[in-house]
Write a new protein. Structure first.
Ligand code: FES
Ligand code: FES
Length: 163
C-alpha cells in the first residue's frame, strides 16, 4: 500500500491505495459512483474525468498517477450548477434536449463535452462528433447528445432535426 494525496472536486483527499488500483476504482470506492465503468479497455469513455483540467479515461490511469493532481468528476460538475437545481449548463442541456436515455454514458459524455467547450466556445456539429469519438452511447444514436452540447454552448439548435 502507498499513501496517495490528491484533490477531488475541490477537496483534498489522502488515502492508502495499492499500486495496481485504477483511478476509476479509487473514485468509485470513495463513493463517487457517477463515474461509470463500461469496458475497462479505454474504448467507451464512460469513465472520463478531468485530471488537471484535461479529460482522461479513469480506467486507464493508475490512482497513483494522480498523485498531487486536481481531479474533477461528474459530481464536481453538478456542484457548479447555476440553475438552482444543481445541474451545470451542460447537464441541463442534456436534460432539455433528451441527450440521455439510460444515462450510463452520460457522465463521460458530459465530462468530454466540458473539455471541448473549454477549448472551443461554440464548436460545430462536426467538431462535436469528432471530439466524442472516444465516447460510446448504446442508446441515443448521438444526435441529441450533439444537439445538447451545441445548446450548452449557446448556439441556436431550433433548426437541428429533433431525431
Ligand atoms: S470504462 Fe474506461 S473507457 Fe470504458
Ligand atoms: S444514454 Fe444509454 S448508453 Fe448512452
Amino acid at each position: 500500500m502507498v499513501m496517495l494525496t490528491l484533490k477531488i472536486n475541490g477537496h483534498d483527499r489522502t488515502q492508502e491505495v495499492e499500486g495496481r488500483t485504477l483511478l476509476v476504482d479509487f473514485l468509485r470506492g470513495g463513493g463517487l459512483t457517477g463515474t461509470h465503468v463500461g469496458c475497462e479497455t479505454s474504448q467507451c469513455g464512460a469513465c472520463t474525468v478531468h485530471m488537471n483540467g484535461a479529460p482522461v479515461k479513469a480506467c486507464s490511469v493508475f490512482a497513483l498517477e494522480a498523485e498531487g493532481a486536481d481531479v474533477t468528476t461528474i459530481e464536481g460538475m453538478a456542484q457548479q450548477g447555476e440553475a438552482g437545481d444543481d445541474l451545470s449548463v451542460i447537464q441541463a442541456a442534456f436534460k432539455e434536449h433528451h441527450g440521455l436515455q439510460c444515462g450510463f454514458c452520460t457522465p463521460g459524455m458530459i465530462m468530454s463535452a466540458a473539455a471541448l467547450l473549454k477549448d472551443v466556445a461554440q464548436p460545430t456539429e462536426a467538431q462535436i462528433r469528432s471530439h466524442l469519438e472516444g465516447n460510446i452511447c448504446r442508446c441515443t444514436g448521438y444526435h441529441n447528445i450533439v444537439k445538447a452540447i451545441m445548446a450548452a454552448s449557446g448556439q441556436d439548435v431550433s433548426s437541428v432535426a429533433a431525431q
